[in-house]
Design a protein. Sequence first.
Length: 377
Amino acid sequence: MNKPTLSILAAAVLLPAMLGAQTPDITGSWQGTLANGGRELRIIAKIFKDDGALKGLFYSIDQGPGGLATGTMTLQGSAFTFTIPGLGGTYQGTLSPDGNAITGTWAQGSTPAPLNLVRATPQTAWAIPEPPPPPKAMAANANPSFEVATVKPSRPDFQGRGVVVRGRQFNILNYTLGNMLAVAYGIHERQIVNAPTWLTSDRFDITGTPDGEGQPSLDQWRVMLQKLLADRFKLAFHREKRELSVYAIIIGKTGNHKLTKSEGNPNGPPTLYFRGHGNLPARNATMAEFAGAMQNAVLDRPVIDQTGITGRYDFTLTWTPDEFQYANDPPRPPAPETNPAPGLFTAIQDQLGLKLETTKAPAEVFVIDKADKPSEN
């Protein structure tokens, strides 16, 4: 009998080893605790496969029942990573040899924290709280007003600005009348003409609750704000059409975007709240709402959505602003960074798979006929 050759012997040894080196199956439920300001938060990560790719839902069950969809998730050897676009967070961990534990770190902004996960069993799994029933929507044909509303000058030292809806309470923080007019009518401040100088300099805070029953839609919140501006600021204007320079958001050259489909209420309001200059976490946002946020706060001309993308998405956009951005709230000179974020045009393309380009288009302008500083509450 002939002895096996060396190559046959090597194959006999290596083939079982190669077959045993398949990528571990990490689908299922994982859990661990995350330190947050002296508080331990219980975290659950549910991992599954969608068209062969790893996907997940991330829950912080001590903060509420809702789960956030993960972005890119990879397992290469024992190195496991995923992102949460809606939070601007990244997880990096190492899978144990037995495939039942992951030792890692959660980083959100510049504050990393250890987050070690273990595979949950039916006996050890933490329960995810049941979500509260969705609020009853306000009747679609309702024409609401603010039942109670306060308008007051913003603190001169207040940092940040935005629009926040909490349940049935509507809040505007540190906005000029020009900012509010842009929100109420979905326009850019360049579409406002014949305005008094204080319209773009004096800042105000507004808190209001609607009359009638139910949760207002985005359009109904805007109607309420329009009525408040007419009542408290004595705002009056007429409209004209003019050709303006605009930015158009389009699909990038690859033809595929990098947005994560939102798990939020498809009829609910978006969360688009800037965390400082050049950091926009977005949740449950449409592309039109993203365009509106960029034109209201960042860019120097109107922004229109030409992506053709429908639905609501979670993502985070991080970039280094230039001198032409944030005209109403200029950023302080940034501290030197080893790896600074890219400029806005590059960031939109690399992080979202979209493109921002300049063009000209006919646009509506609002010609101010009257505007007064608001009366005392």
